[in-house]
Ligand binder design. Structure first.
Ligand SMILES: CSCCC(=O)C(=O)COP(=O)(O)O
Ligand SMILES: [Mg+2]
Length: 217
């Protein structure tokens, strides 16, 4: 498979789904009660964009249903910053993904439902054997649902290819979500399905080109 550029999903591809569901989301939920008292202008600005009466209940509901809401995703990025900066959170990026990102001579871009800020934090604070590893210098750019659109729409992948300045056919997109892979393929990108422990089962695996370790690239 020929490609010049790599576009990576995060959850279920470069790190376990359990990190998002059992560490990031609970950390965020712990802060929901105090959110309305926050002095951070960005938090207040984001809260005001939820056009609902009970903001806290709305946020809890979105998280419980894992809704990829653009305002929620931005808010989570701001809150997680405290967790990463205080050392309470480090990101368990798979060792093979770290090695690939560090050693490949192809440009690596990220596309996640998590906000660009949340993505940059995750790659700034990658769990290492003694201290956190900062992978940001190895990553050429970040895309999210605010910059590019939802991950299940082909248009989003065309937007990203245009922004990178690359023919869609030259981009390999890797994700654990078959709806995302199908949207990327329709836009002309190449794709691989990430197989990682704890990922959701896929009905017909034979329909996809799979990858379980980045050393296979
Ligand atoms: C950027 S870390 C937070 C992950 C997140 O909030 C999320 O919704 C994960 O979605 P992905 O597109 O990376 O599978
Ligand atoms: Mg994913």
């Amino acid at each position: 498979m020929a490609f010049s550029t790599v576009l990576l999903d995060i959850e279920g591809t470069v790190c376990p789904i359990s990190f998002v569901k059992e560490t990031l989301f609970p950390y965020f939920l712990q802060q929901v009660d105090s959110l309305t008292q926050s002095r951070e202008p960005q938090v207040q600005d984001l809260l005001s964009q939820f056009k609902v009466e009970d903001v806290k209940a709305h946020i809890r509901d979105l998280v419980a249903r894992d809704v990829k809401d653009p305002i929620l995703k931005q808010l989570q990025g701001v809150i997680w910053q405290h967790g990463y900066a205080s050392g309470q959170i480090t990101a368990p990026v798979y060792a093979d993904a770290i090695n690939f990102i560090k050693s490949t001579n192809k440009p690596v871009y990220i596309y996640s439902s998590g906000s660009v800020k949340a993505q940059q934090l995750l790659f700034q604070y990658v769990r290492g054997s003694d201290k956190a590893i900062d992978l940001r210098p190895e990553i050429m750019g970040y895309y999210d649902i605010n910059t590019s659109g939802v991950k299940t729409k082909s248009e989003s992948y065309r937007n990203i290819a245009r922004d990178i300045g690359c023919d869609p056919n030259d981009i390999l997109f890797i994700s654990d979500n078959v709806l995302e892979l199908e949207a990327a393929q329709k836009a002309g990108l190449k794709s691989k399905l990430a197989i990682r422990p704890g990922n959701y089962p896929v009905e017909d695996l034979s329909a996809y080109d799979t990858i379980s370790d980045f050393a296979q690239l």
